[in-house]
Design a binder for this molecule. Structure first.
Ligand code: FAD
Length: 469
């Protein structure tokens, strides 16, 4: 009998498996797709020689993850590559604000009226970032906070809606960039604890940057898998689990799946019926005949570029997709330029380019024209650089990965109480009514992103149970 079986080889499933194997437990992973990685994968989606990340591409949470930092992933080939700027946010007037490694450069890009407010916001947390990120990503208390005072101070600033926090800024530049940061988890700007989201992304940039993985996000999954194999763990692909009986006997079953799928597979009835899925994304991967012709200079040096004219336009786009059930006229776009840091992703002189905008869950329309009109506002001539595009709306995204129900890449709305208390309010979110069954996907805290912390926290719950029995 195995000690643990993990269902799903996404970053959380792989991290959970590695954490258990490191502690001497026997582990096997079963993955539905023919390749491992879940939301951290790389494929030639368009033309030969163009290496695209169909899902995650930028890794502020990965490089700052306490779980990943504790593993020897570099030894297994993972290398973080940094663009000169982690992120830039261009405006229609041809200028841009930036999120730089340097607080001073970031603050200066907001203009003199908001530079001081920004420094006062982030500087108190930076010296304690490593402890804070560990405490924050281990909520609800899988470990006692190492620095409860800083965590409480972060809570005071982070728990209110981002619309409150943005009142600290007098001008639109800082507000717009911050609204864009919040929009990364597809949460309405007025939602509970949305300030914390913006702050975490900003602090992550100042602490360690927003890198890409050399060769593509697949390198993260491959490093975790190689680490697991060295520790004696087994990996089986092309094996979709439909019932618990499909799996070999084990003392614990750890699911890197959606709560809905887990309930169906493990016979948990209506236990997760209250779980909500959120808005979806419309994703385009481009093969380009050269760099994006940004009007502003800063985005040409940035790994990630946010596109949204002001905080009102970003807020309206989020509301349209998440509350009004329609695609936004002017979608807020997150774009990543992996080639800026990692030229090897495309043949010489060419680039890969990654873009998504938000649309309602299950939306079946085509957002390509609206996306490209937005890009042309900030990079006139963009369309002339396009060699090929691979388009994926919510149905394609859901078909590729069962966790992204209706195209929701967060595997469950990251809004309301469900932002922090996932998959339901509980001090033990990784446990289920079945004593041998656990959940470790991004439907558990700390939520979406390639950081492995849900897998790390769930593994802790599993090894505690295994040591008791
Ligand atoms: C378009 C897109 C862009 C994104 N951009 C970023 C980004 O830039 N940065 C970032 O940090 N995050 C990003 N994310 C989010 C990130 O990819 C996810 O939050 C993360 O991958 C979640 O990890 P996970 O291990 O919980 O689940 P997943 O990565 O989704 O992995 C789950 C795995 O389980 C498998 N599985 C599901 N059901 C079964 C079953 N029944 N039997 C066997 N296997 C099963 C799936 O095939 C999959 O391989 C993005 C996601 C998408 C889709």
């Amino acid at each position: 009998m195995l000690d643990a079986v993990v269902v799903g080889a996404g970053p959380n499933g792989l991290t959970a498996a590695v954490e258990l194997a490191r502690r001497g437990f026997s582990v096997a992973v079963f993955e539905a797709r023919e390749t491992i990685g879940g939301g951290a994968r790389t494929e030639e989606l368009t033309l030969p020689g163009f290496r695209h990340d169909p899902c995650s591409a930028a890794h502020p949470l990965g490089i700052n993850s306490p779980a990943f930092r504790a593993l020897p992933l570099e030894r297994y080939g993972l290398q973080w590559l940094h663009a000169p700027l982690p992120m830039a946010h261009p405006f229609p007037d041809g200028t841009a604000a930036v999120l730089s490694r340097s607080v001073a450069e970031t603050a200066a890009s907001f203009g003199p009226r908001d530079a001081g407010a920004y420094r006062r916001l982030v500087e108190p947390f930076l010296p304690r970032w490593d402890t804070l990120v560990r405490d924050f990503m281990s909520l609800p208390l899988t470990a006692l906070p190492r620095d409860p005072v800083t965590l409480a101070r972060f809570g005071l600033v982070g728990l209110p809606p981002s619309t409150w926090l943005m009142r600290r800024f007098r001008d639109e530049r800082a507000r717009t960039l911050f609204a864009g940061l919040v929009a990364h988890v597809i949460s309405p700007l007025s939602g509970f604890a949305t300030s914390a989201i913006g702050l975490v992304f900003a602090l992550a940039a100042h602490a360690r940057g927003w890198p890409v993985a050399r060769g593509g996000s697949q390198a993260i999954s491959d490093a975790l898998a190689a680490c697991l194999k060295d520790l004696g763990g087994a990996l089986h692909t092309d094996y979709e689990v439909k019932r618990l009986d499909d799996l070999p006997p084990a003392r614990a079953y750890v699911f890197d799946t959606s709560p809905t799928a887990l309930a169906r597979i493990a016979g948990l009835g209506r236990y997760y019926d209250g779980y909500r899925y959120g808005a979806a994304v419309f994703k385009i991967d481009y093969a380009l005949d050269g760099p994006v012709p940004w009007t502003a200079e800063e985005p040409r040096r940035a790994g990630t570029v946010q596109i949204g004219a002001n905080s009102a336009e970003i807020g309206a786009a989020l509301r349209a997709a998440s509350r009004e059930g329609r695609a936004p006229d002017r979608p807020f776009l997150i774009t990543v330029q992996p080639s800026v840091a990692d030229p090897g992703r495309a043949p010489a002189g060419k680039q890969v380019f990654w873009v998504y905008g938000h649309v309602p869950n299950g939306w079946t329309g085509d957002l390509t024209d609206a996306v490209e009109r937005q890009l042309e506002r900030y990079a006139p001539g963009f369309r002339d650089r396009v060699l090929a595009r691979a388009v994926a709306g919510p149905p394609e995204i859901a078909a590729r990965n069962a966790n992204y129900v209706g195209g929701d890449i967060a595997s469950g709305a990251a809004s309301g109480l469900q932002l922090l208390l996932r998959p339901k309010p509980s001090l033990f979110p990784y446990s289920t009514p079945h004593p041998a069954v656990f959940l470790c996907s991004s439907a558990t805290p700390p939520g979406p992103g390639v950081h492995g912390m849900s897998g790390h926290n769930a593994a802790k719950a599993v090894w505690r149970r295994l040591r008791q029995s």
